[in-house]
Design a protein. Structure first.
Length: 138
């Protein structure tokens, strides 16, 4: 299968636009002050909503940074090359994760060595290295 960098760039640009829209939504939200109300359950709900929105905002910001980094790599003519070993990243991996920074081999090394796994999509990227459980017969 041949690489289609234009398609991957378009996917990244679309995701960038979507993330910027999400961040604009978070900027527009106005919250009531927690502790200013009379009912504890209402205050708890408000606090939970604010915490949830903050976590979603941070995830969107982090994701936007990864997408911007990938788009910058297009401009530098380094897109599609592993930041670990410099080898080309498999096209199937880029199709699944257009902002991938590492080839599968280097990504696995980072995960096994305990290097920080970047971002909210870490679970999508990582192979869970769980040894098969042995059947226990009674």
């Amino acid at each position: 299968m041949t690489r289609d960098d234009a398609r991957l760039r378009r996917l990244l640009e679309e995701e960038q636009a979507q993330l910027m829209t999400e961040l604009a939504y978070f900027d527009a939200i106005e919250y009531d002050d927690v502790g200013a109300g009379n009912h504890l359950a209402d205050e708890a709900t408000t606090a939970q909503d604010q915490a949830s929105d903050l976590a979603l905002r941070r995830q969107a910001e982090h994701r936007l940074n990864r997408v911007k980094h990938a788009l910058k790599k297009f401009d530098d003519s380094t897109y599609g090359y592993c930041e670990g070993c410099g080898e080309p990243i498999d096209f199937a991996r880029l199709k699944a994760l257009p902002d991938a920074r590492f080839c599968l081999k280097c990504q696995r090394k980072r995960e096994v060595s305990g290097a920080p796994v970047a971002g909210p999509r870490a679970l999508e990227q990582q192979d869970l290295h769980i040894s098969p459980s042995k059947d226990k017969k009674a």
